[in-house]
Design a protein around this ligand. Structure first.
Ligand SMILES: *Cc1c(COP(=O)(O)O)cnc(C)c1O
Length: 372
């Protein structure tokens, strides 16, 4: 692949890397008996969905649009959860979904007459245990709206409910799952024997190096043996983890005490978690500031002062027109992109297993005009 010939900004998803992740997830399915769904919230790259369909059991969707996308692009099972469903969308959601997960007893009561018999209904509970790294991504933080707490749980209203769902992890290991499971069992253990399935949510960083896959498998097996239920996992990040990169071009280099390279992309619009989480994206061939002779602040081409990716050091001076590659930019990027400041959305490309590259989507003015 000739990186210099590519039009930027551009996300490139690598098919071989996606397949490697899916094969590991499939191994977990085989060994544990759990069914794994892709959480579209984190990764919805159309060029990879056929392959997802080959290895995973389907998708978890956060509402009508993701449920429809899951049906059209992946097929298999569609499990839909939303903090609240809308009256005008519920019929279509029910028609598209196999599992429907409600976030409150009020929502369950409201939609029960429509859902019963058409879809397997469940409730999301809040185990109130979490070791999530940041409150922004902690569904169990104080005052969380996500999931029913033990206090708000009504055993008398369970008739028709076939499953329980919790989601309390974020980029975490099997030890964190063990802790959350203990909290879940302590608070809701009395109801599990009434259920057909339990969904352990997402946030399992299964494809990250060092994840204790054997422990995950054991936790699932033990749980299945103890309660005799189907177990689902619905990771997003673990599917898209390290499956590709974002290519940008250096447009200009300005100097204000330090050297600053302005790129034809944006941290705010195209790499939002670098600002929100925040975290530092890796740049191919670069080190931390001062680690190599030439340090630059890499920044976006919007008028937002804080649109900065960070400070990076290079072996030689950057040149205008040069390509910069941000690693691991496929999950929680494309799904969150905006056209803020009118900046062009990055195109989407697929690097196939045979080494050829296919442009899947190209975005221009229409993408901005339609939304404004
Ligand atoms: C975000 C989310 C997921 C996926 O989480 P990852 O951290 O991407 O694995 C799964 N289920 C629910 C309910 C979520 O909100």
């Amino acid at each position: 692949m000739d990186i210099d010939a590519l039009q930027t900004p551009l996300y490139v998803m690598e098919e071989a890397k996606l397949e490697k992740n899916l094969q590991l997830l499939d191994y977990v399915q085989q060994e544990s008996g759990a069914k794994i769904l892709l959480a579209l919230k984190g990764f919805a790259f159309s060029g990879g969905m056929k392959m997802v369909s080959k290895y995973l059991h389907g998708c978890c969707a956060s509402g009508l649009h993701e449920a429809r996308y899951a049906t059209e692009k992946v097929g298999r099972e569609v499990h839909t959860y939303a903090p609240a469903f809308k009256e005008e969308e519920i019929d279509e959601i029910i028609a598209l979904s196999h599992h429907l997960v409600f976030n409150s007893f009020a929502q369950w009561q409201k939609f029960k007459p429509k859902a019963l018999g058409k879809v397997s209904c469940g409730l999301r509970v809040n185990p109130e245990v979490s070791a999530s790294p940041t409150d922004m991504y902690n569904p169990c933080a104080s005052f969380s709206r996500l999931g029913i707490t033990e206090k708000a749980f009504h055993e008398a209203l369970l008739e028709g409910i076939e499953g329980l769902h919790f989601h309390a992890l974020c980029e975490q290991g099997a030890d964190a799952l063990e802790m959350v499971l203990a909290g879940f069992e302590e608070k809701f253990g009395d109801y599990i024997h009434l259920m057909k399935w339990v969904n352990f949510g997402g946030g399992h960083h299964i494809t990250k190096e060092g994840y204790d896959v054997a422990k995950l498998i054991k936790l699932i097996r033990d749980f299945k043996t103890k309660y005799g239920v189907d177990v689902y996992l619905e990771p997003g990040e673990a599917v898209g983890w390290q499956t590709g990169f974002l290519v940008a071009t250096v447009l200009d280099i300005v100097h204000n005490e330090i050297d600053i390279a302005i790129l034809d992309t944006s941290a705010e619009a195209h790499m939002p978690d670098t600002i929100l989480m925040p975290y530092r994206a890796e740049v191919r061939g670069a080190g931390k500031a001062g680690e190599k002779p030439y340090t630059y602040r890499l920044a976006g081409n919007t008028c937002l002062a804080g649109d900065v990716m960070g400070d990076y050091a290079f072996d030689r001076p950057l040149e205008i027109g040069e390509k910069i590659i941000f690693e691991d930019q496929i999950h929680y990027t494309i799904v969150k992109n905006s056209t803020f400041n009118g900046i062009k959305l990055p195109d989407l490309a697929l690097l196939k297993k045979d080494g050829t590259i296919e442009i899947i989507r190209e975005f221009g003015y229409e993408a901005y005009e339609r939304r404004n």
